[in-house]
Design a protein around this ligand. Structure first.
Ligand SMILES: Cc1cc2nc3c(=O)[nH]c(=O)nc-3n(C[C@H](O)[C@H](O)[C@H](O)COP(=O)(O)OP(=O)(O)OC[C@H]3O[C@@H](n4cnc5c(N)ncnc54)[C@H](O)[C@@H]3O)c2cc1C
Length: 492
């Protein structure tokens, strides 16, 4: 019989489904009972769905988009069968990554930067050529070696999750320093351009962020990878979406509610959850009753979190997160030609070697010519990332793309294509990656932030995965799931 308070709320009780039942049970046209309901089908949520199915659980995955994969963005030009990735670029060979690719029957290839490095002209969007030293120089390599040594000291505090992260004075001083101070302290300036160019854009002005934040985006795995000591790979098809499409085949389409968002929820201590989810296109509502909820979205943004009725404890933790918004784009314009190769955005102050100078948010990272010759794709498609503040929206992102291009043309860095009137930039693809690099202050970390964050696991029948709970890499988040999911299933 349903607990009386659930009756009072006008909903039926959550009856745990049989362990043996690996498929969710539809009890009426719009009510589904399942073991675990997952919200968000990106790296954390899609992988968790696959692994929970392996473990014999029934799942329902609620995803707002029409495909799974989150930050993966694969573009296939109309009329071709050749693709390029402009979101997630490569996968670090970490833990069970290769075995998973084998299981999904996905062929891999070395990342392009290892196979055929692009020649990059480091031109400032404001006019100067800062003349940065190349990543392959002996000085850059030595600095990267030193950085790797420091990262390795702290590696087990950071990956695959923060279970071993200390509190208070036990936190190593290096991790809570401004990254700029850390770099100067260890004399590793020559490693900075490569760290920044590989993963640093999304965190904004890298020098002012905590070293921990930089290591969460470019830690020991990335440093080893840059030094050729840890593998990394891309899909041989140049379509990383294949990975998530293959996961869908194993999860089963019937377990996924696409284009759907949660509109109401009841989350209880010990009695499971009831979510009402609404298809954003058709308006159809589905009620999902589950023993456990696994949240695989970043727990930030008033509107995003409203349907989940955060309580005071959850609010007090999540409200500490700061973040930026990131858009990945592919653009085309007559002034951007194969001859430009790539135009990076560094402030003029970076010349000749002030490597800690990086642009202020909002900014555009670069116009990067896509290496599409091998696939025989149309030429002259350029990739850019737009990094904005929390409230930066789609229109702002498009305007920044245009104004950055206009400035390059005005300054003569890119050629004019017609007298007087310039053509508008063509946005071939633009993908909102949402809140990125959620992070907190040194004071919060000293005060036990990660401990408070992880203590939320299981609170109100709700568990959490993804980039707010682990480092910002696909394969690290997959490994985080390997630790989390048995804990979740073992919990009452
Ligand atoms: C430009 C860029 C390039 C990157 N390149 C790499 C790379 O080369 N290699 C690498 O390992 N990592 C890379 N990353 C990082 C990596 O992609 C992220 O760390 C990872 O995707 C985070 O996984 P997640 O599950 O937390 O979130 P996501 O993968 O973002 O998934 C979240 C999912 O939840 C959905 N969602 C959000 N809100 C709701 C809602 N309210 N209801 C329903 N669904 C919702 C979203 O549509 C999305 O599918 C890159 C990130 C960016 C931004």
């Amino acid at each position: 019989m349903a607990p009386s308070w659930l009756m009072f709320l006008g909903i039926v009780a959550v009856i745990p489904t049989s362990i043996a039942a690996a498929s969710a049970e539809t009890t009426s046209s719009n009510t589904i009972k399942t073991d675990v309901v997952i919200v968000g089908g990106g790296a954390g949520g899609a992988h968790a769905a696959l692994r929970l199915k392996d473990m014999g659980k029934s799942i329902i995955l609620i995803e707002q988009d029409s495909i799974l994969g989150g930050n993966v963005d694969s573009y296939t030009p109309p009329g071709t069968n050749k693709s390029m990735d402009f979101g997630v670029f490569s996968f670090i060979d970490y833990a069970g990554a290769i075995a998973l690719f084998d299981r999904l029957n996905i062929s891999t290839a070395p990342p392009a930067r290892v196979r055929a490095p692009l020649q990059v002209r480091r031109l400032d969007h404001r006019g100067a050529d800062p003349g940065l030293r190349g990543a392959g120089s002996a000085a850059a390599r030595a600095a990267m070696e030193k950085y790797l040594g420091i990262c390795e000291e702290y590696e087990d505090m950071i990956v695959p999750g923060y279970w071993n992260f200390p509190t208070g004075d036990a936190i190593p001083e290096d991790l809570l320093m401004r990254f700029g101070d850390f770099v100067q302290r260890h004399g590793i300036e020559d490693a900075v351009p490569q760290i920044y160019a590989a993963t640093g854009f999304g965190i904004g002005r890298q020098a002012d962020e905590l070293t921990l934040t930089v290591m969460q985006t470019f830690g020991a795995q990335m440093a080893r990878s840059m030094l050729g000591r840890q593998g990394g790979f891309i899909t041989a098809s140049h379509r990383n979406q294949d990975v998530y499409d293959a996961m869908v085949r194993e999860i089963g389409e019937e377990s996924i509610l696409y284009e759907t968002k949660v509109v109401r929820s009841t989350r209880t201590a010990g009695f499971g959850v009831v979510l009402t989810a609404k298809n954003q296109r058709t308006g159809k509502e589905t009620t999902v009753q589950a023993t456990k909820l696994l949240m695989a979205i970043r727990p930030v943004g008033e509107e995003t979190m409203r349907p989940f009725n955060l309580d005071a404890r959850e609010r007090s933790v999540f409200s500490k997160f700061d973040y930026h918004r990131v858009w990945a784009t592919l653009v085309r314009h007559p002034s951007l030609t194969a001859g430009n190769t790539s135009v990076d955005n560094f402030p003029a102050a970076v010349a000749p070697s002030n490597y800690l100078e990086t642009p202020q948010v909002p900014f555009l990272d670069k116009f990067e010519l896509q290496d599409n010759t091998a696939g025989g794709l149309e030429s002259q498609v350029f990739r850019s990332l737009v990094i904005g503040t929390k409230d930066f929206d789609y229109t702002d992102a498009k305007e920044l793309l245009q104004s950055s291009l206009d400035r390059l043309i005005e300054q003569g860095i890119l050629p004019r294509t017609s007298a007087g009137k310039e053509e508008q930039i063509e946005v071939v693809a633009l993908s909102d990656h949402g809140p990125m690099h959620v992070r907190v202050s040194a004071e919060e970390l000293r005060g036990g932030f990660f401990q408070k964050l992880y203590a939320l696991q299981g609170h109100r029948s709700t568990w959490w995965t993804g980039a707010a709970f682990a480092s910002h890499f696909q394969t690290i988040i997959w490994e985080f799931n390997e630790v989390l999911l048995p804990q979740m299933l073992g919990a009452k």
